[in-house]
Design a protein around this ligand. Sequence first.
Ligand code: HEM
Length: 460
Amino acid sequence: MQAIPTPKTPKFWQATQWVLDPLGYMNTNFSRFGDMFKAQVPSGSDEPWVLINNPKVLQYILTHDTGKEFTAPGEVNSLLAQVMGWQNLILLSGKQHQHRRRLVMPPFHGERLNVYGQVIRQITLDLLQQWPIDTTLDMRELMQKITMRVILQVVFGMHEGERYLQIEHLLHSRLSITASPITSAIIFLPWLQQDFGSWSPGHRFLEFAAQTDQLLFTEIQERRANLDSDRPDILSLLLAATDEEGKGLTDQDLRDELMALLAAGHDTTATALAWAIYWIHALPEVKEKLMAELDTMTNPQDPAEFLRLPYLAAVCNETLRIHPIAMVTFPRRVKVPLKLGGYTLEPGTLVVGSIHSLHQREDLFPNPKQFCPERFLQNQFSPYEYMPFGGGVRRCVGAALAQYELKIILGTMLTQFSFDLLNRKMVQPGRRGITSGPITPILIQKQGAQSQPKKPLQTV
Ligand code: HEM
């Protein structure tokens, strides 16, 4: 068995490439080394990662990550603790993680999601109506507003009122600090988060954190004082939850979980939506087929109809194939010596799935740089060949919600208005915080005269 290959470039240079150009770093090294290589990149634990893009190896890891051969540790994600604290799904490990997942999962599943269909449609219509005709918007900004309101609804059961507007504004401002590859360095260099004065990024970072916490703690305390077990939102479920000894979650636990869900739950989906609108308008044949399918709907006012459209589903899948917003899975740790993919993995090693590089494999997705929804109509991919939401014990809890949002928001937008893409050059992906996104704005104009709503807007 040979040793896992590793780039010869110094650790500092690999770290710089990882922060500034993570997709380029993975493209170069996978094409040089094959399916696995040891990467010296900055992460929460300062240990190297073995990055993997082989579907069979990923399948083995993600179907054995419950403790014997691999674990799914939370503490190695410590870079995220600055924003969301330690007491949440992403940072918890083992039994505590399992227990928290059981608590948080139900509102994100099947039937329960139907409650949100009309809400998502209405939030989309409200924000679209506020967008004046013939003006241009950065698509990510609009989508971020929509998905923020959706997640506030799912998590708190509300998306209106002064406190919600303040939380929305603060989270938006904080996320915009890490919107570019250079400013994302603040995540990887914790010393930059210190307060060096009002001019420093750390000052803004800490100020937003303190203000957001104050609002979240106030909300938690008010809701604790007025418990309502009939409310279906996540905060109500968490407030009612107790462990085997009858102990409930503390305010700090609740704040950390809410923060994790808010942070993980809206920026990712917003970026995916912006990319979907981009490709639909960049490729006339895609738009034509999609509009023809949307025209077959008998009742576009019913969000459930969007869920039954195969081409719309294929467009959403292809968007997350070509731009998997989470470039990599969370790390898994090897527990016993194992032979996988022609290499020996030693106990203690951190292995990480490169979702980006998996989705760029020519053998799975011919012409991988081409946006081609048809590949999802003509082929079936295994959950380890196509995995925008990861897999195993840490598979994204919001996967069903995100897919639901994508279809309803896109369907609602396209059946109500027409839009023009103003970008004349291809928009490229790059780092956005710990995820990826368009590195230049996707500029969309809501069309004029003929862009009166094609169907009257209905309020629900
Ligand atoms: C397009 C949108 C989204 C993408 C691409 C995405 C992707 C991912 C990925 C790849 C993981 C790691 C899985 C693994 O390591 O195996 C993850 C975890 C997670 N996601 Fe998402 N996600 C999205 C939307 C959401 C939404 C809407 C929520 C809702 C609240 C959410 C909450 C979470 C949480 C809490 C985890 C950690 C789960 C755990 O550690 O047990 N995500 N997501």
